[in-house]
Design a protein around this ligand. Structure first.
Ligand SMILES: NC(=O)c1ccc[n+]([C@@H]2O[C@H](COP(=O)([O-])OP(=O)(O)OC[C@H]3O[C@@H](n4cnc5c(N)ncnc54)[C@H](O)[C@@H]3O)[C@@H](O)[C@H]2O)c1
Ligand SMILES: [Zn+2]
Ligand SMILES: [Zn+2]
Length: 380
């Protein structure tokens, strides 16, 4: 029986309030309106941003909501005017949409898109309403994706069709973590052969930076992490050296150490920790005259970065990126192809798998420290 045009009843993990575990509920998902797409979500990753919002420290976090933004699935139906995807397409949801017509999209300078920013931030669809209901209450959308549900509705600019042969239980991770790090190295930094880089934090994002740097044939790829277990992980993805900043000789800072290892400083450094002191060290470990530090980590609410202005006067550059600077609709299908050709590691990031009913385990895994990425199967 076709579900087109009808409300679908399905299971979802609902975040009723901050600081509480998600609750598996039966929810109603309304059909897509004009320029919207309803997706049967098969798999979703769990990212730190989901945990951050759920914890309640995200000042923009609003509840009750359906979280999740690292998802892959199949288009179930489309609203009026949708031409970019069709029912049956295998897709990845995009928390950084791409309308191809706003000032941002046309600038050629950024992957940020302004088209639905305001409503996405408020947790509603572009017409200011929600497509989710549970126990008579509207549930908010999250990051324009809401992949912790068996079905979701997204704007047509927030979804991209990819190779249907690509396994969705892996490609879901291209919806955030892997693409973010890989894009930061290959697009935002556009590392050139022989350049020396340092990556602070070897989680999913940092390991993806390392992978991108290796593809770009960087010189030294120095992995900096306070957890010694990350040495093996970092080297597996292409790192050339590992430094634990907590184990340096007395009087040597991580900045001194990196400057010494690279004969004056790194060409690029990346913060993949979200710690503002690490961000400062990452900037100051850059080479005088041209070294560039890229902030990827999301800092806790209210935190600020600082350094002496002289660091910038003498040529170091501080920048950052979201979703690695990748334009989702234009560039993500290419990353899926790279994965299919064996040029992009994805499977290697998956350390845990859970059925939807155990999604809270995925959050606990993340806090335990031995997890790179957990993938949740929404069909189970
Ligand atoms: N900008 C974006 O678009 C974007 C997208 C996804 C994630 N993020 C952010 O990127 C960051 C990393 O995400 P992740 O999933 O890889 O996280 P993760 O927790 O898996 O990895 C973080 C790593 O940093 C290490 N670390 C912690 N403190 C450190 C310190 N002082 N020095 C060196 N290493 C340290 C940890 O041991 C860990 O290995 C998070 O802040 C996340 O919110 C940003
Ligand atoms: Zn994320
Ligand atoms: Zn746009």
């Amino acid at each position: 029986m076709s579900t087109v045009g009808k409300t679908i009843t399905c299971k979802a993990a609902v975040a009723w309030e901050a600081g509480k575990d998600l609750s598996i509920e039966t929810i109603e998902v309304a059909p897509p309106k004009a320029h919207e797409v309803r997706i049967k979500v098969n798999y979703t990753g769990v990212c730190h941003t989901d945990a951050y919002t759920l914890s309640g420290v995200d000042p923009e976090g609003a509840f009750p909501a359906v979280l999740g933004h690292e998802g892959a699935g199949i288009v179930e139906s489309i609203g009026e005017g949708v031409t970019s995807v069709k029912p049956g397409d295998h897709v990845i949801a995009l928390y950084t949409p791409e309308c191809k017509e706003c000032k941002f999209c046309k600038s050629g300078k950024t992957n940020l898109c302004g088209k639905i920013r305001a409503t996405q931030g408020k947790g509603v669809m572009p017409d200011c309403t929600s497509r989710f209901k549970c126990k008579g209450k509207d549930l908010l959308h999250f990051m324009g994706c809401s992949t912790f549900s068996q079905y979701t509705v997204v704007a047509d600019i927030s979804v991209v069709a990819v190779d249907p042969k690509a396994p969705m239980d892996r490609t879901c991770l291209l919806g955030c973590g892997i693409t973010t790090g890989y894009g930061a190295a290959t697009i935002t930094a556009n590392i050139q052969p022989g350049e020396n880089i340092a990556v602070f934090g070897a989680g999913c994002v940092g390991l993806s930076v390392i992978q991108g740097a290796a593809v770009k044939k960087a010189g030294k790829i120095i992995v900096v992490d306070t957890n010694n277990k990350k040495k093996e992980w970092g080297l597996k993805f292409g790192g050339t050296d590992f430094v634990n900043p907590l184990e340096l000789p007395q009087g040597t800072t991580i900045v001194d150490k990196l400057i010494e290892m690279t004969d004056g400083g790194c060409d690029y450094t990346f913060d993949c920790t979200g710690n503002v002191q690490v961000m400062r060290n990452a900037l100051e470990a850059c080479h005088k005259g041209w070294g560039t530090s890229i902030i990827i980590g999301v800092a806790a609410a209210g935190k600020e970065i600082s350094t002496r202005p002289f660091q910038l006067v003498t040529g170091r550059v501080w920048k950052g990126c979201a979703f690695g600077g990748v334009k989702g609709r234009t560039q993500l299908p290419g990353l899926v192809e790279d994965y299919m050709k064996g040029d992009l590691k994805v499977d290697e990031f998956i350390t845990h798998r859970h059925p939807l009913e155990d999604i809270n385990h995925a959050f606990h895994d993340m806090h335990a420290g031995d997890c790179i990425r957990a993938v949740v199967d929404l069909q189970k």
